[in-house]
Design a protein. Structure first.
Length: 199
């Protein structure tokens, strides 16, 4: 088995499971070492395979998660498919339904708003889309799921009016997930930050 074939096997295993004992054997076989990986200053929580010639290999699912894309394995064609839709998220204060105001910062306290998500370049079939909001401690304080009935390359979704109490000062994270057709798992495809500020 040459190095390219080994890299492909590691990537494929990384799609469906974590690379554990197999990866340890692979590190020894290709004379490589484990190295840490961070993206934008945050640890990915996985190890990379750094070979003697300077090549780096990572489990594909971890890369897709960082790219905020979806990964599928096509057994028939023996192909790993990565899909990265183009996602735009707008936050709109709902003070006046006819004249919603875009925002990114709010004062600590209760606010009413909607989240408008516009997606294009969807090349795989999607069965559902989910929006969540996490507080500064990572706890989910809002969830909205919507079924996608017809496959289209573009979709638009607006949440119902959200009444949220921003109890903490700090960053609240809006996350958009998509569920590929036939999958039980959602994949993160976009995120946006709302900063809650002291009054």
């Amino acid at each position: 088995m040459n190095l390219r074939k080994l890299a492909a096997v590691i990537c494929i295993i990384g799609i469906t499971s974590s690379v554990t004992a197999f990866a340890d054997d692979a590190f020894e076989w290709v004379k490589a070492k484990k190295v840490k990986v961070s993206v934008n200053g945050s640890s990915m929580g996985t190890s990379a395979l750094l070979t003697e010639d300077g090549s780096t290999m990572l489990p594909l699912r971890d890369i897709a998660n960082q790219l905020q894309g979806m990964v599928e394995w096509d057994d028939k064609t023996q192909t790993v498919k990565v899909y990265k839709p183009n996602v735009h998220v707008s936050l709109l204060l709902a003070k006046d339904p006819k004249n919603m105001i875009p925002f990114g910062d709010v004062e600590k306290g209760k606010h009413e708003f909607v989240i408008f998500t516009q997606v294009d370049s969807i090349y795989n079939k999607i069965s559902a889309i989910k929006t969540t909001i996490e507080d500064p401690f990572g706890d989910t304080v809002y969830t909205y799921e919507d079924e996608v009935k017809d496959h289209k390359e573009n979709l638009w979704m607006t949440t119902p009016t959200i009444e949220l109490n921003f109890k903490q000062v700090g960053k609240y994270t809006v996350k958009i997930y998509m569920k590929p057709e036939g999958s039980k798992q959602y994949a993160l495809v976009s995120q946006k930050v709302i900063r809650s500020l002291a009054p």
